[in-house]
Design a protein around this ligand. Sequence first.
Ligand SMILES: [Fe+2]
Length: 187
Amino acid sequence: MPAFVDAAREIARLKLEVPLPRRWSHVRAVAAKARKVSQAIPPEDRDVLVASAWLHDVGHSPELVDTGFHSLDGGRWLKGQGIDERVAALVAHHSCAWLEAEERGLGKALAEEFTREQSAVADALCFSDMTTGPDGQDFEVLERLAEIRSRYGPDHLVTRFILKAQPEMITAVRRTQARLSAAPQPM
Ligand SMILES: [Fe+2]
């Protein structure tokens, strides 16, 4: 594992493993999936994808909660730690975070502080997160979206966000699947 990815893994482990073991299982599986689907993106972007997958939920760590919006809290904290800016921005914007930011009245802050990358890398990160369950199990995207809605319940802000974000998430997953089918298979 390159040092950069290894460092990302270690940061995530330190912040999540003890306080949030279930979240840590999810994150490990998301990172493993990102490594697998990195065939769908250019080789020079693969470490950025995997490092972002390790760090995507770091903002859930009780130590890092500030606004309570994990994508922004994680992105801001990573930026403050001097982590690669592209990784911090991918974390801040992961899995359609801009739509959740709007629900939370944080849309402007997110947009001003972090550039939203619209790329195969951002799609692959969304794919890895949205096809992995809370315990690290494999899910089809529709199953995963239903799982989130039932975990939070019909009146929760996250459920409202998921309902808005669904079409975009599904499209990002399908684009990644299409890139994977088109990618040369490793020997
Ligand atoms: Fe996640």
